[in-house]
Ligand binder design. Structure first.
Ligand code: ZN
Length: 470
């Protein structure tokens, strides 16, 4: 990409925010999940803009520690109250159904029904987004205020869904550059009607493909539109032989809210992409944040698992989670929550980053020192008590913790804090147990006390996921 081409693209981008929002409106109503027709429909709409290649991976296929689940499809769902009134209707919002819910069709008492309803008491007018991909359950999600008004009597519940042998669907597109070395940009296509956490990444990547696909690039750029977690694991499993081509990468999500641009560094924290994004933010953006890597979040979790340790960061705005935006994983993350200026700014920042990487390539400037590595080596070797090291026995992508009963069953909502803290300890242990980090180092980097790590170690050893290095 030369300067002139870049300028033209950048100037065109002024109307891109509008175009992104338009595409989001079209995609918003679709009920997506990690598999099923919602994903296909989404990718087919994107195909009207960019020449995506669509892949299907069959149910039952082993992908590292995981297995492609049954395909989920849904046509309708509702609850009818004792007066015969439809009080919850999938056709009004697809968030009303527990994502991946098994079918149900029966009369039920109010007290029984309550066991199958999810709400957010702190946000009584919002519908929560809840999933149960790997544990067969049925359920509805609704506004807490409406839930409080449910009257005694018999209810009729209907979920017209299917779980069948089918496949997992994802989209991919490669812009070939002068060399085979790649920049990888990924987003996820598995959330139903939510904008910031899901659609913003999809539309930003679509526009990038649209603007860049006819330019002469040095690097090849690979774009992935995959279901989160299981999709990234599937892609890595199918493309393991070509992983070494990936020189830089970013996970694109939450790029449309009004928060400041935020960069979450790669696992190593000292990759070219880390320096480039930091440089771009410093140069062009007044308000921004840079965060060190942490081993939860989006698909960087898989790309940065110790068996791959790819230079993949994430450039976003507000971090996914209720602390940063209360609309997270609720019906509040809708089109009104989107800010067109933020979308445009995010898009242009991605362009700047790509231009900078291309520029570096041309000037052969990508020689950064490895003081982080040195720092790590010098790290407190004197602390003898906690100098034991462990090895992650499943280093490629995350092991499936859910099937071992050590991960909360329902996805989507943030669960009880104590359970979450133990999960964070487990994520850090799995991510850093590559033989280089002592328990003391892991505690220091994660901020988690050694006693809490100890609990995680016991669990992981029991599950044969971790081994002490003698
Ligand atoms: Zn999410």
């Amino acid at each position: 990409m030369n300067l002139e081409e870049f300028e033209i693209t950048k100037n065109n981008s002024k109307k891109t925010g509008k175009e992104m929002l338009q595409l989001m409106k079209e995609l918003f109503p679709i009920c997506r999940s990690i598999t099923g027709n919602g994903v296909r429909q989404t990718l087919n709409i994107l195909k009207k803009h960019i020449p995506l290649e669509i892949h299907e991976v069959l149910t039952g296929t082993k992908v590292f520690d995981w297995t492609i689940p049954k395909e989920w499809n849904i046509d309708d769902a509702y609850i009818i109250d004792p007066d015969g009134k439809k009080i919850v209707d999938f056709k009004n919002s697809n968030l009303h159904v527990l994502n991946y819910s098994i079918p149900v069709n029966q009369k039920i008492s109010l007290s029984e029904l309550k066991n199958h309803i999810h709400t957010i008491p702190e946000k009584p007018d919002l519908i929560p987004y809840v999933t149960s991909y790997y544990s067969e359950k049925w359920g509805f999600c609704m506004e807490y205020n409406k839930f409080l008004k449910l009257k005694e009597g018999d209810y009729y519940v209907m979920i017209d869904s299917k779980l069948t042998d089918g496949s997992l669907t994802y989209g991919e597109y490669l812009i070939p550059g002068k060399i085979e070395s790649e920049i990888i940009l990924t987003c996820y296509v598995c959330h139903p009607s939510m904008c910031n956490d899901n659609l913003s990444g999809i539309v930003l990547l679509t526009m990038l493909v649209k603007y860049l696909k006819n330019l002469q690039l040095n690097y090849s750029i690979r774009f992935l539109f995959i279901p989160e977690t299981i999709g990234a694991i599937t892609w890595l499993s199918k493309n393991e032989d070509n992983i070494s081509k990936i020189k830089h990468g970013l996970v694109v999500t939450c790029v449309g809210d009004s928060g400041a641009l935020t960069y979450k560094k790669t696992r190593n924290g000292n990759e070219e992409i880390d320096h480039v994004v930091e440089k771009v933010l410093k140069k062009y953006i007044t308000n921004y944040r840079i965060l060190d890597f942490f081993p939860w979040g989006s698909d960087e979790r898989q790309f940065c698992s110790p068996g791959f340790n790819l230079p993949v960061g994430s450039l976003l705005r507000s971090i996914y989670g209720k602390n940063e935006f209360p609309e997270y994983h609720t019906s509040g993350d809708n089109l009104n929550f989107m800010n067109i200026r933020s979308l445009t700014e995010s898009f242009v920042t991605y362009l700047f980053v790509l231009f900078e990487l291309e520029n570096n390539f041309e000037n052969n400037l990508h020689k950064f020192n490895s003081d982080f590595q040195n720092l790590q080596n010098k790290n407190d070797i004197s602390k003898l008590e906690y100098n034991e090291k462990y090895l992650n026995l499943n280093p490629k992508c995350e092991p499936q913790l859910g099937k071992r009963g050590i991960y909360h069953e329902l996805g989507g909502q943030e669960n009880m804090m104590k359970q979450r803290n133990l999960e964070f300890a487990i994520f850090w242990l799995l991510n850093l147990s590559d033989g280089n980090w002592t328990i003391h180092d892991i505690s220091k980097r994660s901020g988690i006390p050694i006693e809490e790590l100890q609990m995680g170690i016991e669990i992981l050893i029991n599950e044969k996921l971790l081994q002490k290095i003698e």
